[in-house]
Design a protein around this ligand. Sequence first.
Ligand SMILES: CC(=O)N[C@@H]([C@@H](O)[C@H](O)[C@H](O)CO)[C@@H](O)CC(=O)C(=O)O
Length: 311
Amino acid sequence: MAPRKKLQGLVAATVTPMTPDGQINLSVIRQYVDYLVSKQNVKNIFVNGTTGEGLALSIQERKQLAEEWVRQGKDKLDHVIIHVGALSLPGSQELARHAAAIGASGIAVIAPFFFKPTSKDELLAFLREVASEAPAVPFYYYHIPPLTGVKIRVEELLDGIKEQIPTFQGVKFSDTDLLDLAQCINKNGGEEFVFLYGVDEQLLSALAIGANGAVGSTYNYLGQKTNMMLQAFAQHDLALARKYQFLTGEFLNFVIKLGFGVAQTKAVMTFVSGIPMGPPRLPLVKASEEFIAKAKAKLDSGWGLSVNGLS
Ligand SMILES: CC(=O)N[C@@H]([C@@H](O)[C@H](O)[C@H](O)CO)[C@@H](O)CC(=O)C(=O)O
């Protein structure tokens, strides 16, 4: 899938649909793509990442999912980015070659986090060895230090990165260190790299310092509302943009207090979209009935988000 335009705007970090007995469920992916496009106006996806439980899937499952998302996204989606990060270099390289072969529009790689890189050079060496397996595919670094524990600053990593990774395209920045993001944009932004922010509840702050868009779990079901925020921001209507950020933030604040993660995202997506997303895979456990009832009541409570995701 050759990207028709530069990646910007919203990217949904897709959940991985599973059957009740915990097998990946490819049969609903077509419906999922149609839902994102028609109900959320989201035409970019990030597959097998955190929300997609990529690190809890086998290599074979990750390949099957990547293939199905690319197949179903053809002529409907603008960008299908496949996360190919893994704890082992050969595993990550195999996934990178596979993503290239099936025509993914980009690949992303998380820092390995069992044996961790301890310096920029070590991290860069790992990323380079993966990126070189897909020499014609745009490459994104996936920075998520709260989960990886790898805190190497992106500002440092980007210094000279194009010489090491000619396909380097940008960063999925899932951290609250906005000074680091600002330094990246200030030094490297311009026309060259793309910066996609990954902390949905504070996206507006990232837009203010120049992020090009966002990758996140909530764009699966709050895509419409967040698109309205992006539009208001682009039209310099900061008051309206803030209103949308506060609106989505109110829901997130509510569910975060109840305990919110991938399992809960799957539950919310199931009742908002009507598509059965199934349980998460161990060690994650499915959301409680109490959580589901409260989250659904919140979305139904008339604060602007209807259950089918349309205002
Ligand atoms: C830690 C985490 O899961 N962060 C999410 C956010 O979208 C997050 O769910 C949201 O900001 C709510 O806290 C994304 O950054 C993760 C993501 O994009 C992915 O699935 O790869």
